[in-house]
Structures are given as C-alpha cells and as structure tokens.
Design a protein around this ligand. Structure first.
Ligand code: URA
Length: 194
C-alpha cells in the first residue's frame, strides 16, 4: 500500500503553481477513474473543455475515447484516465520539455498508487514519456510506427504492459484513423492478464 493517496495528490495538483500553466489554466485536471484500475490511459494535456470542467477527456476527443472504450469492453469506471500535463497549454499547443519535466512527477505518483498492469499511451507525448520512464527509450518511434504494439517493462510494483495508441483527437480531423484505433482498442480485450 502506497503512503501517497490519490485524494491528497489530487489536492496538490489542483493547487499546483510549479510552472506558468498554473496561472493560465482555469482548472487543473488531475485525472479520474478507478483507483485500482488494471488499465490506465495517459493522454497529452487538457483541452479547453477539460480546463473548464476539471475532468479529463470530457470534450470532443473524450467522446471518441468513450466510443473506443466501448469497443474494448471497458467503461470509464473500470479504468483510470490521466494526462502527461495536468494543466492546459494555452491554445492547445504542444507541451514543452520544461512543463513535462515539472509535471510528470504527478503522473509517476499516480502510477505508483494505481499500479496498473496495462498502460495505454494516447499519442506521441505519452508514448515517448512512458517508454523512456520504463527504460525502453530504444523503442521510441512515432505513433504511426508503433501503435498497437505491446511492450513489457518492469515497474517497481511488477510487470507493466505499455501499449502505444493513436490519440483519439486524431479522429476529429482524420476519420481514416478510426478503424485503426478501433482495431487497437479491440486488442485491449485480449491482453493477457499476467
Ligand atoms: N486531450 C488530452 O490529451 N487529454 C485530455 O484530457 C483531453 C484531450
């Protein structure tokens, strides 16, 4: 049992001023879901709707994610959903390296508390961060090349399967990615339990 708790961690994140995004956000978005989730999803950063509501993936990309979760037979209440950055970068620009370095200790603590056996990386930022974190830097490639692969790594709490996936937002501007995402999410149904 971790000494850290999601409740106190969420409070810390909501009060965070460690980087300039703390003064441009409306709300920090710690993440939400099942605190004993087997499967954890990690996106990039909150968008405008998430910033307003303080909830991850509750805008357009969230609608796509909900449909894809249904394909994999998972409900939001089964999984935990978090992001690399907990605050919205203005104009939805990409996270910068300083922000990633400052913010990802929160994600690391979430992972240590939840201890997921499957970590799904939504998009390049999550994929790059998580593969490097778990000693798999050599496997980092663009999401187009490695989506749907399963990488096995050693976490402090045991084995973890890291699965890169396209970010659901891609479907909002490129519908041809939807069948690819559906195929990868369907695969989540059959990821072995051990
Ligand atoms: N995109 C993300 O990466 N995360 C969210 O929470 C919403 C959109």
């Amino acid at each position: 049992m971790s000494a850290d708790s999601l409740i106190s961690l969420n409070e810390e994140i909501r009060a965070c001023r460690k980087c300039p995004l703390g003064s441009t956000r409306a709300n920090a978005v710690p993440g939400e879901g099942n605190k004993s989730a087997r499967v954890m999803f990690v996106g990039e950063a909150p968008g405008a709707t998430e910033d307003t509501q303080g909830v991850p993936f509750c805008g357009k990309a969230g609608g796509v994610l909900d449909d894809l979760l249904a394909v994999s037979g998972l409900k939001r209440t089964d999984v935990f959903i978090a992001n690399i950055l907990k605050c919205r970068p203005p104009g939805n620009r990409n996270p910068n390296q300083d922000e990633i370095v400052t913010c990802t200790p929160y994600l690391d603590r979430q992972i240590d508390i939840i201890r997921p056996s499957v970590l799904c990386c939504l998009g390049n930022f999550a994929c790059g961060y998580l593969l490097r974190k778990f000693g798999l830097a050599a496997k980092v490639q663009g999401i187009t090349k490695i989506h749907g692969n399963i990488f096995i790594a050693d976490a402090a709490y045991g084995k973890v399967k890291i699965i890169p996936l396209f970010h659901p937002a891609v479907v909002t501007y490129d519908q041809t990615k939807l069948p690819i995402l559906k195929k990868d999410f369907l695969q989540l149904k059959y990821v072995p339990k051990d």
